[in-house]
Design a protein around this ligand. Structure first.
Ligand SMILES: NC(=O)c1ccc[n+]([C@@H]2O[C@H](COP(=O)([O-])OP(=O)(O)OC[C@H]3O[C@@H](n4cnc5c(N)ncnc54)[C@H](OP(=O)(O)O)[C@@H]3O)[C@@H](O)[C@H]2O)c1
Length: 280
């Protein structure tokens, strides 16, 4: 039976991988307490003990706002933490699956980003993830880097925030001029499963199909969940935050399509599925 080691197992993606994989594979799950990826000795011990076929890095510093002032920690987890895993995976010949983000791009393109477009991150989080990608590439080995976007699943995310706010408010103001693609962890996990059997290493875009603004996303959440709350559109300038986000970070799953393994549904279908199965 294939052995899969998952770090960051208690995050949104980590939980989904556990749910989808636990019946089929031998899983070795590590949360941030049992394995801190910034500690190369701990990473080395865990991987040496298990000698996994596949390592999935679901661990990351994901608080985009906090990262603006906690730069060292964001880079420790997202850049050198990812590098630690890549190095030890290479040593033990494990396949390494790493997750990156649409925030490596600056959002100035007028059509969807493809895998080999140039990085120009606008935030500390984006810079730290971009650096993580580059360090993994330098290490080499059997790595897959999957860039995804606007992820939701079992954990804190935009969908749950909107559902919670809709119980408290009759109107919610949401940014309407930043475009991207919401992605369900369930679909990302299916793509991970497809890719891990291949030897087509490298960088992939892996978002649900289609695109929307945060405001359109919120409206669709209200519609599908039959909530009466009105969604009002704000401009980015009207919603001041510390971290600058790309205005347009839609990604084309070009390589998944070329390899015939794009399992990504339109984002609206994925959202319906999530809301049907969600405990909200
Ligand atoms: N969420 C999004 O919208 C989004 C969008 C694009 C890409 N991504 C990428 O997708 C991946 C999965 O995201 P997610 O939403 O599932 O993240 P998440 O729910 O925030 O989970 C991240 C997990 O990483 C753990 N972690 C943090 N620092 C760690 C460390 N030093 N060692 C080990 N574990 C550590 C966290 O544990 P603690 O909670 O205990 O710290 C948490 O359980 C990440 O690579 C992220 O950058 C996410």
């Amino acid at each position: 039976m294939m052995k899969i080691l998952i770090v960051g197992a208690n995050g949104q993606l980590g939980r989904e991988c556990k749910r989808q994989f636990q019946e089929k594979y031998e899983l070795f799950l590590y949360d941030s307490d049992s394995l801190n990826i910034t500690n190369i000795d701990a990473v080395s011990c865990a991987i040496a003990k298990v000698k996994p076929d596949v390592v999935i890095n679901a661990a990351a510093y994901t608080n985009v706002e906090k990262a603006e002032e906690d730069i060292d920690n964001a880079f420790k987890v997202n850049a050198t933490g990812a590098e630690n895993l890549a190095l030890i995976c290479k040593k033990y010949d494990s396949k390494f699956i790493h997750i990156s983000t649409d925030y490596v791009f600056d959002g100035t393109k007028d059509r969807p980003y493809e895998e080999f477009d140039t990085h120009n991150p606008l935030s500390v989080y984006g810079r730290s993830k971009s650096c993580g990608e580059k360090l993994i590439e330098q290490v080499g080995g059997k790595y897959f880097i999957l860039r995804t976007s606007w992820l939701y699943g079992d954990g804190n995310n935009f969908v749950r925030t909107m559902l919670r706010l809709s119980k408290e408010k009759s109107e919610i103001a949401v940014v309407g001029d930043q475009y991207g693609t919401p992605t369900y962890t369930k679909d990302l996990c299916s793509v991970i499963e497809k890719l891990m059997y291949t030897e087509f290493y490298g960088i992939y875009h892996a978002s649900n199909e289609g695109s929307c603004s945060w405001c359109e996303f919120a409206k669709e959440i209200m519609r599908v969940a039959s909530r009466k709350t009105t969604i009002k559109s704000l401009t980015t300038a009207e919603y001041p935050v510390k971290a600058k986000r790309p205005m347009y970070s839609v990604m084309e799953n070009r390589l998944l399509k070329l390899r015939g393994i794009n399992r990504m549904r339109p984002w609206q279908d994925a959202l319906e599925d999530y809301l049907e199965s969600s405990c909200e």
